[in-house]
Design a protein around this ligand. Structure first.
Ligand SMILES: COC(=O)[C@H](Cc1ccco1)c1ccncc1
Length: 130
């Protein structure tokens, strides 16, 4: 239905705006691109499902997100992966973990400030009907 397509188009615009805002913050630069598997050869031994903001931007453009909830699951995945791969056993690991938590909290705050709950309800109804 055209009304549904218009709602999903608005969702994509909203999600690109959230990622753009997060990508502007230099403390989150390690989350903007996939972890380099040549630099970090054991990454896939520990992290089963890598995720990063450039991959999320591609998923938006491929219409892979129909709800904000699905988008937030990938934000949570970025954070969880960083916590799993970077133990708190040294200052470098603790700094990355702190940024991972700040990344997730900042994403949630941007979304809460800008998302109309009716809008997400419409997206959920479209997702259920599919
Ligand atoms: C989310 O990013 C990561 O988990 C890797 C882990 C990592 C550790 C050593 C090399 O890479 C990272 C990359 C760049 N700067 C910090 C950490």
């Amino acid at each position: 239905k055209h009304q549904e397509e218009s709602t999903l188009r608005e969702l994509r615009i909203f999600l690109r705006d959230v990622l753009t805002k997060l990508g502007r913050d230099r403390k989150f630069s390690m989350f903007t691109k996939p972890v380099d598997l040549e630099e970090v050869p054991d990454y896939l031994v520990i992290v089963k499902k890598p995720m990063d903001m450039s991959t999320m931007m591609t998923k938006i453009d491929l219409h892979e997100y129909v709800t904000v909830e699905a988008f937030m699951s990938d934000i949570d995945l970025i954070c969880r992966n960083a916590l799993e791969y970077n133990p708190a056993k040294d200052p470098a690991g603790r700094a990355i973990r702190h940024r991972a938590c700040a990344f997730k909290d900042t994403a949630y705050a941007i979304i809460k400030a800008e998302l109309n709950s009716d809008f997400e309800k419409q997206c959920q109804e479209i997702a259920q009907a599919r």
